[in-house]
Design a protein around this ligand. Structure first.
Ligand code: F6P
Length: 324
């Protein structure tokens, strides 16, 4: 292996830059040429591929976003698109790839590897923490802390006015952000796509809670099966049916995707980036470099995509018990 390429794809996540930096510098350390592909798979198809050097990744470890840009590519889902991408890589004699992204990125990487055989290793970059084969994904810790800071602020105003706040956090298919910022923020309820949301129970508990508490915080993952925070708030409000009670909704949105990565995300990103390059050099392929039980581990893309990472059993229980 002499030349490798690195790219970011799907939703950006804080720490992606730290991962790119680790990939580039580890590759150079081992005497490889390294190329950066901008705009993910679209960039691969269009030949947006440039040589990177050690200085190309200076002063980025602390920055959110991704210097390589990101995209979700429709063309790469077609065989013709992937053929174009292969030709671009072949012209530059790229013989290894590091793909930083989430399950969509790995789905593409798996198909591409199986069709064209360029060894590829993924690094788990998504704020959602929904990738099997790693304890945490790059960006999750930063996103949780961003959401938590917002919840703390909302709690101040919620308490001042005795209001019930529904706070929507990201997580289309995953409740990890909701659960962790719900625990950290002392939420009364957390609603997530993985578990059935029992609105009757929420209404009953809120009525009881209101006897002893002046305000309440309910964290809603955007993908909850009862709907988004606006919809859920309306459903609960109608059932509580009390004009003295005020209901508010705050949707945190994309602020959760930006900002300087936390120390944990920078370290995780750096470890995964180094492990991806060294994995390629050691003959690993078609897999993701993650951290399992604290140690670097390679998990086949097939498992990362095919298996779900369940929420931790005690987390939702913790919220229930601590909110009484
Ligand atoms: O996959 C990460 C994620 O942040 C999800 O939690 C969210 O639903 C989605 O990306 C939003 O994507 P976009 O930036 O394309 O709106």
């Amino acid at each position: 292996m002499k030349k490798i390429a690195v790219f970011t794809s799907g939703g950006d996540a804080p720490g992606m830059n730290a991962c790119i930096r680790a990939v580039v510098r580890t590759a150079i350390f081992h005497g490889l040429e390294v190329y950066g592909i901008t705009y993910g798979y679209d960039g691969m198809i269009n030949g947006n591929i440039k040589r990177m050097h050690s200085h190309s990744v200076s002063n980025i470890i602390q920055r959110g976003g991704t210097i390589l840009k990101s995209a979700r590519s429709a063309e790469f889902r077609t065989k013709e698109g992937r053929e174009k991408a292969y030709k671009q890589l072949k012209a530059l004699e790229i013989d290894g790839i590091v793909a930083i992204g989430g399950d969509g990125t790995f789905t593409g990487a798996k198909v591409f590897f199986e069709e064209f055989g360029i060894p590829t290793i993924g690094c788990p970059g998504t704020i959602d923490n929904d990738i099997y084969g790693t304890d945490y994904t790059i960006g999750f810790d930063t996103a949780v802390n961003t959401a938590l800071e917002a919840i703390d602020k909302i709690r101040d105003t919620a308490a001042a006015h005795d209001r019930i706040f529904f706070i929507e956090v990201m997580g289309r298919d995953s409740g990890y952000i909701a659960v962790e910022c719900g625990i950290g923020g002392g939420a009364e309820f957390v609603m997530v796509p993985e578990t059935e949301t029992d609105l009757k129970k929420v209404v009953k508990s809120l009525k009881n809670l209101r006897k002893s508490k002046s305000s309440s915080i309910i964290v809603v993952a955007e993908g909850d099966e009862e709907g988004n925070a606006d919809l859920i708030m309306e459903k609960v409000k109608v059932k509580i049916n009390d004009e003295d009670k005020e209901f508010k909704v705050t949707t945190l949105g994309h602020i959760q995707r930006g900002g300087n990565p936390t120390a944990r995300d920078r370290v995780l990103a750096s470890r995964c980036g180094m492990a991806a390059v060294e994995g390629l050099l050691n003959g690993e392929a078609n897999c993701m470099a993650g951290v399992v039980n604290g140690d670097v581990a390679y998990t086949p893309f097939a498992d990362c995509i095919g298996k779900t990472k369940p929420l931790k059993g005690d987390h939702l229980r913790l919220i229930e018990i601590l909110s009484i």
